[in-house]
Design a protein around this ligand. Sequence first.
Ligand code: FAD
Length: 307
Amino acid sequence: MAMLRSVFLAAAGSSRLERLVESAPVSRGVVRRFVAGSGAEDALRTSRALADDGLAVSLDHLGEDTETPEQAQAVRDEYLMLLSRLREAGLTPAAEVSVKLSALGQKFDPAVAVEHARAVCAAAAQAGTTVTLDAEDHTTTDSTLEILADLRKDHPTTGAVLQAYLRRTEADCRELAASGSRVRLCKGAYAEPESVAFQSALDVDKSYVRCLNVLMSGDGYPMVATHDPRLIAIAEDRARWFDRSSDEFEFQMLYGVRPDEQARLAADGHTVRVYVPYGRQWYGYLMRRLAERPANVAFFSRALTSR
Ligand code: FAD
């Protein structure tokens, strides 16, 4: 399993393989399970359907590691357009957006990324909703958390994402578990070296629980992002222990993953937010989903061979 994970995570960074997979006609069916569609129209339709089922959403316009100022500007403009359409459609505040700073230019000019992120936060505020900054590989963590602190001066509800596989994360949770902060806790989806990240599933899970304890006992708003039944049960237990009602924390899961569990938690009275990616640049996202679970790989191979 660890071997498969590293193969798919290495594939996520290969542009040659990206061209090959994207041009395979069967890919579309596979993508459709995890991605809402290619345009804002698809994102809106999916958000409406999920809202009708009592689920909140966070929309992610797919794309990362933007290389030019023009691309970064186009990503910003897509989010501005999306936010105004969500507002017009009456889908806010149940729909918010998730943003990757690398898509806004963080790697070639952090100042440009900050400027664009600020514009997206302002548009979200105008639409009556929030922004969460996705976490990417560990080389970006310091920069992302600095940018978050800066954005929160004007937009205090801007959400952070912390990855339990990073050794630093329990300390980051302590920093961020303050009143008014929104923190999404996930396991982490990138290939990371042992020097910075726990490598075994057990160590990652143990770190997740320690982080969960910090967030649930703190004063912020924890966003528990996992499909793991044991961690979900522990989160429910901690929420009871720390007397958190359904508007004082939420569960989050990915579009297409464990929809029955999403419905069960919502029916139990929990706030459940589905992370919904849309757009044409689905390759890196899909490879990370395949890395997570052998059953996803089996699903992908069946689609490749069943034509
Ligand atoms: P896993 O260890 O993948 O799975 C644990 C258990 O969950 C499995 O054993 C199984 O019992 C169950 N399970 C998992 N998948 C399925 C399935 N398809 N069907 C049935 N059971 C299943 N990562 C980042 O690095 N940065 C981010 O910004 C980020 N944002 C995220 C936002 C959300 C809302 C979510 C849910 C995840 C996000 N991730 C992000 C990804 C995350 O880091 C993990 O890679 C991903 O969620 C898989 O971890 P898991 O906690 O679900 O547990």
